[in-house]
Design a protein around this ligand. Structure first.
Ligand code: PLP
Length: 471
């Protein structure tokens, strides 16, 4: 493809994306296709000869678009917000156009230095002190794995340089709430702790970890000759945005010399609002923190910010330093290949730079406040509706609700009824919700926060929910 052909198809694709976004509200939020339907339309063999890329726009519309669930749709109330702002789209296009491999400072100095500055801007935006230094990881799951690997290596004085965990005398234990994200459990398994050494601590009526239970668990393990190694606090659990008591957990972690990791994947974005920072009170006692600008802020996947207190611990855990990667600048620069799992790195800082320059902090704050107000509005109407129940506090933008018809009690039938309501709403296509289970009860989970979602969309969702419940 020549640069001229690229320009022509590129313009057509930018037009296509703009059309897609401006008409997104007319599409069903959740892709309605059956499993295998997209695959069936694609040739089983690769093409022998190339065709002009013009035809790809036609096939995008015909084959791919029906198989897309629209996360930027104003009726998207499922999982969590995952906004990809236009600024982020353009930044990703630019990053691809530059085609830079950003594993070391030398392999693209601008990528490293922009990342340094962007992580420091973000640190200031969420109110963390200078004791934290940030690095971009792909996803929160990867950041949490990095945290548990660092915890393991700190507790064992770098056992990875000897016989690894297999040669350790004491079993190392990881603690997190029963409501912690599955990525924490996965990281504990992958980092070699083993499921038997992962303690999922009970939660209170607000679904937050009970500090007293954590204390008891750590004490019992210590008395049994095990070593409390890492504590993961969640600020804003996935199910209900519950807030673990970070300050109390920091005290306990310090007492046993355990690593404290704060998983604020979604809620960390809200910390750009000073009025929300009480939610992670005690966070300055953490060893590491993860938050995802790719969730609510709008950078688009993949941009997870991992903040650490001891950068040397991270680098020593991750670094390999073979001869072919060494450069004459290594003593004076950051080489981010040593700050995470993969060697190769995309130029992701560009997304944050474009977004923050285009919107400014004030505009981002205004949007998040809008979403918080919309959540409070929905909370108000749910609380005022006799047949509806809320099963968790509304700290942020997520509501956990159930419909309980008069005379019905807890049980499988009520659970099935609520599942049917969510399915009916999803089937209609104007909104998309993901149901979940909280303390054994089926709930309908409403996660507000798409960039395009305004009050009228939340009002429409409430109408949809009521209509589905009546049916
Ligand atoms: N932690 C929490 C609390 C989450 O809600 C999520 C995603 O929903 C994750 C971790 C995983 O995030 P990622 O997809 O960036 O790995």
């Amino acid at each position: 493809m020549t640069p001229e052909e690229f320009r022509s198809v590129g313009h057509a694709l930018v037009d296509w994306i703009a059309e897609y976004r401006s008409g997104i509200e007319r599409l069903p939020v959740m892709s309605p296709v059956a499993p295998g339907a997209i695959r069936a339309q694609l040739p089983a063999q690769p093409p022998e000869r190339g065709t002009p890329l013009d035809s790809i726009v036609v096939d995008l519309e015909r084959i791919i678009l029906p198989g897309i669930t629209h996360w930027n749709h104003p009726g998207f109330f499922a999982y969590f917000p995952s906004n990809t702002s236009f600024a982020s789209v353009l930044a990703d296009l630019t990053a691809a156009g530059l085609g830079a491999q950003c594993m070391s400072w030398q392999t693209s100095p601008a990528a490293t230095e922009l990342e340094e500055v962007m992580m420091d801007w973000l640190r200031q935006m969420v109110g963390l002190s200078r004791q934290f230094t940030g690095v971009i990881q792909g996803f929160a799951s990867t950041a949490t794995l990095c945290a548990l690997l660092c915890a393991r290596e700190r507790a064992t004085n770098f056992s990875q340089d000897r016989g690894g965990l297999q040669a350790e005398e004491k079993r190392l234990v990881v603690y997190a709430s029963e409501e912690s994200h599955s990525s924490v459990w996965k990281a504990a398994r992958l980092a070699g702790f083993g499921s038997d050494n992962l303690r999922l601590i009970p939660t209170d009526e607000n679904h937050a970890l009970i500090a007293k239970e954590l204390e008891t668990a750590m004490q019992v393990d210590d008395e049994r000759g095990m070593r409390p190694c890492a504590v993961v606090a969640t600020t804003g659990t996935t199910n209900s945005t519950a807030l673990d008591p970070v300050a109390d957990m920091a005290v306990l972690a310090r007492l046993w010399g355990a690593w404290l990791h704060v998983d604020a994947a979604l809620a960390g974005d809200a910390m750009i609002l000073p009025e929300c920072r009480w939610m992670w009170d005690g966070v300055e006692g953490a060893d590491s923190i993860v938050l995802n600008p790719h969730k609510w802020l709008g950078t688009g996947s993949d941009l997870s910010a991992y903040f650490v207190r001891d950068t040397e611990q991270l680098i020593r855990t991750m670094s390999t330093n073979p001869a072919y990667l060494r450069t004459q600048h290594d003593a004076h620069v950051k080489n981010y290949r040593d700050w995470g799992l993969p060697l190769g790195r995309r130029f992701r800082a560009l997304k944050l730079w474009f977004l923050l320059r285009e919107q400014g902090v004030a505009e981002l704050q205004a949007r998040l406040r809008r979403d918080l107000q919309n959540a409070q509005w929905l909370k108000g109407v749910v609380d005022g509706a006799p047949d509806w129940q809320r099963t968790a506090p509304v700290h942020l933008q997520t509501l956990c609700i159930r419909h309980i018809p008069p005379g019905w009690t807890d049980g499988a039938e009520l659970d099935a009824h609520n599942l049917r309501i969510a399915a009916a709403v999803n089937h209609r296509g104007r909104a998309f919700l993901t149901p979940s289970i909280l303390k054994g009860k089926q709930i309908i989970r409403v996660s507000i926060g798409a960039e395009t979602t305004e009050r009228r969309h939340v009002e429409a969702l409430w109408e949809e929910l009521q209509a589905a419940a009546r049916e």
